[in-house]
Design a protein around this ligand. Structure first.
Ligand code: PLP
Length: 459
């Protein structure tokens, strides 16, 4: 695991007060929400670990840069400042701004993906896969086999398995593959990184078949930090140099700025090819707006530009990833079953191992999330059997290998004391784990069902 003691190189200038409701009120709140933490009001939550997306604390420089926001409909100065920052950090000369990551995905897929196509990758994020499927295509996950073994330590569990990738290319043919996608870090695998060697090898294979290679770059800086710490060749490189090297192998990227640009909203497509840019722009105008703002206000573009330069600070990343590693180490020491090593943005608790008496069809990690909220006002999220949904062909519940509770850490928001509180809360829950009961649906929502479903406790 990463060195987890790194003093943050920032201090706090403004605070947002939080409240811990009394236990009785927490029980009432979770009951009202049908045992689904998504329906809680944020004022009912003491520590919010639902997502690291758009939940970060911006710096004084980011807030200050927002005052320079140029809200011109066309040719905004803020757009050119964002373009310059993307070029400087990622090396892309062309950008199309979008209001968030999924909007960038939609523009790209609308133009490049058609019915019957196949998009291989390490492991697509939910919205990425949904957009691919919306076009009538399929996403194929080719992540390295070690990623699916929670007990195995592997430094780059986000890597793509090149043999699997090549067999997908051979099976479907390059005409059916508009691009290959590497998600860095790989969110669906717990924020696990991809090595430069793996990026290089993927590029070589992609070139061999003449297929473009793209990044889903939401957590690109966190990925670069892991490369520095775990890939010998890069131990003496700066994060900026590693980021430049990573991006030098890809033709384009989609970016959710809500993660590693440390802002609350925003995104873009970064690319090199003018011809592709010209094809994407008409769709971007239709879906997002004129290409010099595309779904973002001028002030938002300023904050993204500043955030992109801030996030490649090694001191920042050491504190960020160190905080996640600290939480993981403390939980591990307390005997709480977690996925190891932790990734960059979250710690995953193994719900099935925590609650072995609850069968998987009774949603152990969902039960754990509701109990953690009742225990201590902490909101975590289930990434397991509820989220996995039903097989569209058979209508049966999908039983994923892993049923997890994700503790997602927002950037620059919580302190070490908060991490200790989370550990103590989970220790208390673990001590009384046999009393925790399984859940069943009282209302099963359609679509991505974990947002809106309701549950009742199985007595
Ligand atoms: C890897 C990855 N790609 C894409 C997205 C979608 O981005 P957004 O939420 O900004 O639409 C996310 C969001 O969590 C993500 O983690």
């Amino acid at each position: 695991m990463e060195d987890d003691f790194s003093v943050p190189h920032y201090k706090i200038k403004m605070v947002e007060n939080t409240q811990l409701l009394p236990r009785e009120k927490r029980i009432g709140a979770i009951k009202r929400c049908g045992n689904n933490v998504f329906s809680l009001k944020s004022e009912e939550v003491f520590i919010d670990l639902l997502s690291d997306s758009g939940t970060s604390a911006m710096s004084d420089s980011q807030w200050a840069s927002m005052f320079h926001g140029d809200e011109a409909y066309s040719g905004s100065k803020s757009f050119f400042r964002l373009k310059e920052a993307v070029q400087e950090v990622m090396g892309f000369p062309l950008i199309i701004p979008a209001h968030q990551g999924r909007a960038a995905e939609k523009i790209l897929d609308e133009v490049l993906v058609k019915k019957g196509d196949v998009i291989p990758g390490n492991w697509h994020f939910d919205t990425t896969r949904a957009h691919i499927e919306y076009q009538g295509a399929i996403g194929i996950d080719c992540v390295t086999k070690e990623a699916l073994e929670p007990a195995i330590f592997h430094p780059f569990k986000g890597n793509i398995d090149l043999e699997k990738l090549e067999s997908v290319i051979k099976k479907h043919g390059k005409e059916k593959i508009p691009y290959i996608l590497l998600t860095i870090t790989c969110n669906s695998m717990g924020g696990q990184p991809v090595s430069i060697q793996n990026i290089r090898d993927t590029k070589k294979l992609a070139d061999q078949y003449g297929i473009p290679l793209f990044f889903d770059a939401a957590r690109f800086a966190e990925n670069a930090f892991f490369i520095k710490k775990r890939e010998k060749e890069f131990e003496n490189h700066s994060i900026g140099e590693i980021v430049a090297e990573m991006f030098s192998y890809v033709d384009a990227c989609t970016m959710s700025a809500k993660k590693d640009a440390i802002v609350n909203i925003g995104g873009f497509i970064g690319l090199r090819n003018q011809e592709l840019y010209d094809k994407l722009v008409p769709i971007a105008i239709l879906l997002e707006g004129y290409p010099t703002y595309g779904g973002m206000s001028g002030r938002d573009m300023e904050a993204v530009a500043t955030g992109l330069r801030e996030v490649i600070s090694e001191e920042y990343l050491a504190a960020r990833i160190g905080q996640v590693a600290y939480l993981a180490r403390k939980l591990d020491e307390a005997g709480i079953p977690i996925i190891k090593p932790p990734g960059g943005h979250a710690v995953f608790v193994d719900g099935k191992a925590f609650l072995p008496h609850i069968p998987q069809e009774q949603f152990p990690s969902q039960a754990l999330c509701t109990q953690l909220y009742i225990e201590s006002g902490i909101r975590a999220v289930e990434i397991g059997t509820c989220l996995a949904g039903r097989n569209p062909q058979t209508g049966k519940n999908v039983m994923p290998k892993l049923d997890l509770m994700r503790l997602t850490i927002p950037r620059r928001v919580y302190l070490r004391e908060h991490m200790d509180y989370i550990v103590e809360s989970l220790k208390r829950l673990y001590a009384r784990r046999e009393q925790i009961k399984g859940l069943k649906f009282s209302f099963e929502a359609t679509g991505i069902r974990h947002f809106k479903s309701r549950f009742e406790v199985i007595e």
